[in-house]
Each structure stands twice: as C-alpha cells, then as structure tokens.
Design a protein around this ligand. Structure first.
Ligand code: ZN
Length: 882
C-alpha cells in the first residue's frame, strides 16, 4: 500500500517523457503465489534528449525485481536503483534505441487491492487503470506512452484452460508438466492502463458480428461455469452497440476478436482494455429471475460504454490523467445517446438529470468540487468522479446544442481523423469543433476548467401595449475550493414561450442576447432579452431538455408552474415543472414540521399526480418518473443548510400519503389494468409498464391494507423487478411488520446462493429509514453471504447505508458515523481505493444541522488522525475537512 507522501501532481508540470517504449513483449508464468513476469521493452530516446538523461520507471506494491538486462547484458544491482516506487537507470547505451529486460515476481493470490494482477474466485485477472500496470512490472506507466504489445501467457492447463490478453490470438500450444501457453498480439499501440490478462477456468458464449466493411469479428463472453445462460442479454447489447457506433459515429471495430470477461471481485463497473473488456459480473449477468429492469438497462449501457471506448479512449487516448474527461465524459455522452435511441429519449434524459443532480451537484457544491478537467490531484483514483463522467458528458452535449447535430458530427469525424493513434488533450478536442464550425469556443471551454454549478436567475415582464416580452437573466458561479473568483460562462439555455393553447408562441424579433434555434446564449453577467410580437403573456419554459447543467431560479407564479406541468410541449421541462412543484411542497412541509406543525398539501398538487398517472398520451415509464417524489437527498440539497434528515423524511412521507389518499381509486384501477400479461421481456415498453405499476403500488402500500396488497404483489411476482420493488416497500414502509418479515425471509431463502441477488437483499435492508438500521447493518456484516473483501457486497450494505440512508446514517447520536468509520478504516487496510470511494459519503457534512455536523466532524477527524493512512483515503478526508 502506498501511504501518503503528500505529492501533488499539477497539469502545468506536464513534460513529454525522455524515453518512449515503441514495443513491449511480456511473458507471464502464472502461479497463485509465485508468478514470474518477463518484460522485454524496446526503448527509444526522444530527439534532443541527452544520452545522460536517466530512465526512471514507475513501480508500486510488493513486487520483487529478479533481474535487469540492457541490450542483452545483465546489470548488477549497483547499475540501477530500485525502490518499491521506481527503478532508475542512469547509465544507458548511447544508441537511440536499446532494449531493457526486467523480470519480476508477484503473488497474485495475495493481492487484495484489486489493482495490477490478482485472483478473483480462482481466475487471474488484471486491472491497470489508472496506475495498476506498475504493480506488475516497472514501466513508463503514463497514458502518453503508446506501445505495441505481444503477450505470452503460460499456466497449468488444469488451473487455467483459458488464456486471454489484448489483441488477436497468434499461437497456442502444450508445454511440459501439464502447462500450456498462448500468445496474443495487439497491433494498435496503446498505453499500459489498457493492458489486460485473464487466465482461468470459465464458461463462455460466442457469437459474431460483421462490420460495415464486411469484416467478421468473433465475440466471446466469459462467465463462471453454469452462468452462461445469464450472458445472452449482454451479448445482444454488445452487438447492438457495435452496429449503433457504426451508424451514429462511423466507428468500426478493428480487431478480429472482442472478448468480455465477468469477474466477481472488481472495484469498478467495468474496464475497456483493448479487445478484452473486464466486467464486474453485476453488469453482465441477467435474467428475469435475478435482474431488475434497471439492471438490464445498466448492463446495456455499460456494455455499450466500454465498447465505445474502443475509439474514444483506446484509439484516441488521453495525454495525461488530467484529461480523463476526454475519454470518460465523451464516452458517457455516447452511451447516453445509445440508450436514448434504444429506449425512450425523454425518459432517458430525465433519468440522466436525476443522476447528475444526485451525484454531481453535491460534489460541485461541496468540499470535493473540482473542474471537469482538474488541474491538480494527489491521488488520481479519487478523480473517477461524477464531475469527470456525468458533467463531462453534459459539456459534450452542450457542444452539440451550440453547434447543431450535423456540425457536431463533422467535428467528431475530424477528431477521429486528426487524432487517431494519439494521446490527446481537451484543447485538441475543442479545436476540432472550432475548426469545423468557425466559432470561438474559448469562453465555452470554461465548462472544462472551472468548478461549480452555475446559478441562473430569471425574471420576466410582458407589455401588452408594445407586445414585448422581456426576460431579465443573470448568471453567477459560486466559489469552490481554491477557486474563489469565477469567470462568466457561456451558457446555452434552451427555452420556449408557451402560450395559453400550450403551443410555443412565435416572436418576430429577439434582442439582448444571441438567440438561435430555440437557445438563448448567455455570455455576460446580465442579459435583458426582449422578444417582440408577443401578444399574450406566455409561461416561460427554461433550460428545456436540461440544455445546461445549472440551478435555475425563475420568478414564476404557481399558476404558471401548474400550467407548464400539464402543458409544456418539451417533455423534460414538463416533468421538471411538476418536480419543482413537488419540491416546493416538500420544502414547505419540512419547515412546517420543524415549526411543530402538521404539513398540509394543496389538492391541486395531489390531484395533478392522479391526472399524470392516468394520462394515456404519456408513456408509462415517463409517468412513473413523474410520480417519483424527489429523494430525501434531493430535498436536502435544495434546502441547502441546517438539514435535519428526520424532518425531511417526515414531510416526504406525509406528501406520499396525501397523494395516495387523493388518488386511491385512480391508482387502484391503473394498478390492476397494468398487470403483467404474456411473456416476460426486458424491453423498454414492458419495463415502463412495470415501473408505473410498481410506482402506483408504492403509494397504495401506504393506505390501509397496503402491507397485504404489497405482500401479494411480492408472492405473485414473476420477475425480479416486481419482487424487489415489493420487498423494498414492505421493508421500508412496513418495517417490522409480519408481511415484511415474511418477504425478507422468503427472499433470503430463495436466493441464498446467488451473491448478486443477495446484494439487493442487503441494499434494501441498508436503506430502511430510521434509527434502528445502524444496528441491523452491523448485524448483517456477519451474515454468511456478506464479505468485507468483495466490493459489490460492501457497496450494497455499507455503501448504500452511508450514501443512501439519510435518517439511519445521520442518526443524531453519531452511531451511523461510528459504524462507517470502523468499516472504512478496516477496508482501507486491504483496498484503499474502495475505502476512499466509501468515504465520500460525508462530503455534504457541512449542510447538516449543528448537532449532526459536530458528530460528522468528529468522525472525519477520527479518520484523519489515523496513522499510515493510504494516499487515497487521506486525500478524500483532508479535502472533505478543509
Ligand atoms: Zn469509461
């Protein structure tokens, strides 16, 4: 484990390497306790670099250096300096090109960090992004060192009949002593973080895909024996992704084979290693019995995401880790577009925005705020954040909004043409769009460089005499850590002026800002935008389709909000209008409860929920999302300070009950008509129907008889979506009832031997609201299906409890934090990366009310004062406390 040495990496310090590695030949002799790695590197000195320049290779972890040779001659230990972190060679041949051979020894079975080469359920696998390759052999382990890899793997055939690496298979054969070998060659130069190796005994399903130029690609998905039938949905998603990327971006697959391997111990979702994607099995395995519709949608999205990296990430990679968003933000944008095309565009957009607000906004508004392209980091593993991924995707979306779809595509084409085979930067990316459009995007580029969520406030007035409608728009960006003064942003604000008939009014002229194709371009602090030819006072619909990731405060009457919630032609904004009404009511309820009063909700609001539920012109999936109340965390974020999670929870429950009572008849009728008929399909239409039906039940379960109705739903369920939804309602809303106990027991018995499904069981219990959940989570850590070393188990139980249980985790006596600190410090000893991810759960501690805030601070200090913390965890804790 690397402990913190306080080193800060800065973007401005970037220098090209003095040496390159055009060719890398690796030989692995695999064995659980003693794996030998021989690396033969062809090195090349950069032009103009002096012969005396030392070669400094990065290393990490407990690897043993056995021998070093330069140009075939063995070096004695005084010819080089080897530490756990680096290998330095001072005296090198005068020739520009020379070879370096290193042999290292590793113990994969003892590697619990899940970085570098490790074993998961008896399978050898690797994870090298961001800096895991240096745990295998000393290397110039930085993304701008592109090398052509040839990999030979040797292992006992009985232990590892399957030997996989990047690229195309070259040869394989038998060796003595029951061993065998395989050689793989990847002709595309790639950075070390994309290296991968898998060896073990796995089952597989195969298929093939013919690319647009007629090349046949062999596809394989490898899973634990017996689980093959659960991989068919992933294979289908892969083929659809390959086709979509050809049609939408002209991107064709380049190797002869494409393999996906599912492993059960994995720190992340999945990894896009060239030609050999490695997945957390959670994002591969699915059928109706074990996976919810959300799981199916996630699998589809993540399979696509990793596949799309082949062009955005692999063929064009990042110059350095500051440019992480170059591959991630762009690829998230691409997978969002894919899902929108496969499913429903407005539904997908609403879901994306909910995710962005839930994960990225708190980051941007708290101590861990950083720009989409950070300028400094202490531990790069801590920058795989919602800001880099989700906000990074929003920035790409804004480029498309500003340029239009056609010019955007031209820019992407130019990007692929100009930078293929390179390690590029955000500047390179922006330049292609400037070049194809002739526009200056320098002010827009601040979205990459400046942290914080911009606030936009809007007032309006209508003058019937002059038929002029005026918008007063003002932007500001709040200060964030180490950025107190902010520059003004270029914000593309999509809008509509909605007339009384629900249609957008047509204006004859707009002045005060550039307004084009339904978008107001805000570039200054204040704009007074005048629309002429407006005969009636419109309701303003702003930030349509969530055209920019900002917080918006519009001076608007309740009448206008209700009008938009029922009539806006932009489906996203229509959802937003209703969601804003719900949020307003929930914030008001919070205040009433703190003041000792019982919250009251207007019938106009609760009955609108019934109207939306029954509106056949809207897709069921859309109606389900509209009826989903803002989460407790959403409400807390909108309130901003002095948060008492118990009062928020009470207000939210009260609104849910009020909606359920008001609409009991409508909801019951719909619940019955939406019942499952015919064969199961995970397609968007059926999933939408199930989502709406379960959402209705979520209300009905609050009424008398609700527990019985929900238990029946649980027992009648023919798929995991319905079963898990009913179990959640019983566990959360009827906690401790005979119905809840029965359902939890039945679920446990049915799935005891399926770890991925048991994760749902842990998750549901970890998120039960109320103070008692601390004790039940503590008890569940000794459940036989739980494991402190498996990231999926940890995320399901402790991750869910700390990140998604507002009332339980923030218990006023600090017991939730105590359990959390114990777990994080325990996990930290084995898997620092996992520990630091968990630790971000306290990032919004300053918005809590004083009692909880003091307890949270104590918890953070307890972690900060622990000796020998890893670089990963110390970085998060210190920034959270700063
Ligand atoms: Zn990615």
């Amino acid at each position: 484990m690397r402990t913190d040495i306080g080193q800060v990496f800065k973007l401005e310090d970037y220098r090209p390497s003095d040496y390159f590695i055009p060719e890398t030949k690796l030989t692995f002799r695999l064995s659980p306790e003693k794996t030998m790695v021989v690396a033969l590197l062809t090195l090349e000195r950069r032009d103009g670099v002096d012969v005396s320049a030392p070669l400094v290779l990065a290393g990490d972890g407990p690897m043993r250096l056995v021998r070093v040779e330069v140009d075939g001659k063995a070096l004695s230990p005084e010819d080089y300096e080897a530490t756990p972190d680096s290998l330095t060679l001072a005296k090198l041949p005068a020739a520009r090109r020379f070879t370096l051979l290193m042999e290292t020894q590793l113990a994969p079975s003892q590697n619990e960090t899940l970085m570098g080469l490790y074993r998961s359920s008896g399978v050898y696998c690797t994870q090298c992004e961001a800096e895991g390759f240096r745990r295998i052999v000393y290397f110039l382990d930085r993304p701008d060192i592109l090398s052509v890899y040839t990999v030979r793997i040797e292992a006992l055939k009985s232990e590892a009949p399957l030997l996989l690496s990047n690229g195309n298979p070259v040869e394989s054969g038998k060796l003595e002593g029951g061993r065998h070998y395989a050689v793989w060659h990847d002709p595309f130069p790639k950075p070390s973080y994309l290296f991968a190796l898998v060896a073990g005994d796995l089952g597989r399903i195969t298929d093939s895909f013919t690319t647009m130029s007629g090349k046949k690609v062999d596809l394989g998905i490898y899973v634990e024996h017996g689980k093959e039938k659960l991989a068919h949905y992933a294979m289908d998603a892969l083929k659809r992704s390959m086709k979509w990327d050809e049609e939408t971006f002209g991107c064709e697959y380049d190797l002869d084979v494409f393999n996906i391997v599912a492993v059960s111990d994995f720190n992340m979702g999945a990894m896009e290693n060239k030609g050999l994607n490695i997945f957390n099995d959670k994002y591969v395995l699915a059928d109706r019995e074990t996976a919810t519709d959300a799981d199916f949608a996630n699998i589809e999205a993540i399979i696509a995401h990793e596949y799309f990296h082949n062009w955005t990430g692999n063929r064009i990679t990042c110059r350095d880790w500051f440019q992480l968003c170059l591959k991630e933000g762009l690829t998230v944008f691409r997978d969002h577009e894919f899902s929108a095309d496969q499913r429903s565009r407005p539904v997908k957009r609403i879901a994306e925005v909910r995710t962005l607000r839930a994960h990225q906004f708190p980051e941007d508004q708290g101590p861990l705020a950083h720009p989409v392209r950070p300028r400094r980091y202490r531990e790069i593993n801590n920058f795989y954040t919602a800001t880099v991924y989700e906000k990074g995707s929003e920035v790409v979306r804004m480029i498309r909004t500003i340029l239009g779809a056609e010019t955007f595509r031209q820019g992407m084409d130019l990007y692929f043409l100009r930078h293929d085979g390179e390690a590029a930067t955000i500047e390179d990316f922006i330049r292609v769009f400037e070049d194809v459009s002739g526009r200056d995007l320098s002010q827009f580029a601040l979205w990459y460089h400046q942290a914080g969520t911009p606030n936009v406030t809007v007032g309006s007035s209508h003058n019937p005499a002059t038929q002029e409608f005026t918008l007063e728009i003002e932007q500001s960006v709040p200060p964030t850590p180490s950025e107190s003064r902010k520059r003004l942003m270029h914000i593309p604000l999509a809008f509509g002026l909605v007339g009384r008939n629900g249609k957008d009014l047509v204006y004859s002229n707009a002045e005060g800002a550039s307004v084009e194709n339904g978008v107001i371009h805000i570039r200054k602090r204040r704009h007074t935008v005048r629309f002429s030819g407006i005969t009636e006072r419109p309701a303003i619909s702003l930030n349509r389709g969530f055209s920019a990731p900002l917080t918006l405060a519009v001076e608007q009457s309740a009448d206008d909000k209700f009008f938009l919630a029922g009539n806006d032609s932009d489906e996203f904004s229509r959802w937003q209008a209703f969601n804003t009404l719900l949020t307003d009511a929930l914030i008001d309820a919070f205040r009433q409860i703190l003041g000792g009063k019982k919250p009251i909700f207007v019938a106009r609001l609760t009955s609108l929920a019934g109207k939306i539920a029954g509106d056949e012109t809207l897709e069921p999936a859309y109606r389900a999302l509209a009826l989903m109340l803002p989460s407790e965390a959403d409400i807390a974020r909108d309130i901003g300070k002095n948060i008492d999670p118990d009062a928020i929870f009470a207000g939210r429950e009260a609104l849910a009950v009020a909606i359920a009572k008001e609409n009991q008849a409508v909801f019951t009728h719909l619940y019955e008509t939406l019942q499952d008929r015919g064969e199961f399909s995970p397609n968007a239409k059926d999933a939408g129907r199930r989502a709406l039906r379960n959402m209705l039940l979520d209300y009905l379960c609050l009424l008398p008889g609700g527990a019985k109705l929900t238990l029946r739903h649980f027992h009648d369920a023919t798929n995991m979506t319905d079963r898990a939804a009913a179990l959640t309602m019983l566990a959360h809303r009827h906690h401790g009832s005979p119905e809840a106990i029965e359902a939890l027991g039945a679920f446990e018995t049915r799935y005891a031997s399926d770890p991925l499904v048991m994760d749902k069981w842990f998750q549901i219990q970890a998120s039960v609201p109320g103070p008692q959940t601390v004790e039940s989570v503590r008890a569940l850590t000794s459940h036989p299906a739980f494991s402190m070393t498996n990231p999926n188990r940890l995320r399901s139980l402790v991750g869910t409890f700390s990140a998604a249980n507002q009332t339980g985790f923030h218990r006023p006596d600090g017991e939730g934090y105590r359990l959390f600190v114990e777990t994080v410090l325990d996990v930290e000893k084995r898997n620092p990366q996992m520990a630091s991810r968990l630790a971000t759960a306290l990032r919004s501690w300053r918005s809590l009310e004083p009692v909880r805030q003091a307890k949270a601070r104590e918890a953070l200090l307890a972690m900060a004062n622990t000796e020998n913390l890893s670089a990963d965890l110390r970085d998060i804790i210190e920034r959270t406390l700063a």
